[in-house]
Design a protein around this ligand. Sequence first.
Ligand SMILES: O=C(O)CCC(=O)C(=O)O
Ligand SMILES: [Fe+2]
Length: 153
Amino acid sequence: MSLNLSANRLEPFFKDQTAFVRLNHYPTCLAPNLALGAGRHKDAGALTILAQDDVGGLEVKRKTDGEWIFVKPVRNSFIINLGDVIQVWSNDIYESIEHRVRVNSTRERFSIPFFMNPALYIVVEPLPELISEENPAKYKGYHWGKFLATQKQ
Ligand SMILES: O=C(O)CCC(=O)C(=O)O
Ligand SMILES: [Fe+2]
């Protein structure tokens, strides 16, 4: 990442990481304009590595105008999404991406996101190297394990 951090700066956060995989199935829908496969959200963890089939449905929100942009599936490739934890560590240099999933009436879709998360005992807070008097911390620290316990999976 272009944060001028040493290569293994984030490594200790992942020593006892709490990554998990989700298997998503989006059946066809007779009224695709009235439903969503996944409502708008941001992933709470650090990085999401997403495998998807060739059907397509993922949309990301463009910040400049709020438009939902279709993410074209590319064969043999993964989509990497930044989550809230990276936003906090980077003190807003990077931003967590808002996304949603549309459904369609003709083809079911499968996706497999791998959520890369820090260890339960990690307190997530802006990295001290990235805060200064001109650029103060934008977030208070929060305990990842306690936060995770409040989330329904
Ligand atoms: O199915 C997708 O493309 C994305 C799924 C997703 O955003 C999630 O499971 O958090
Ligand atoms: Fe997501």
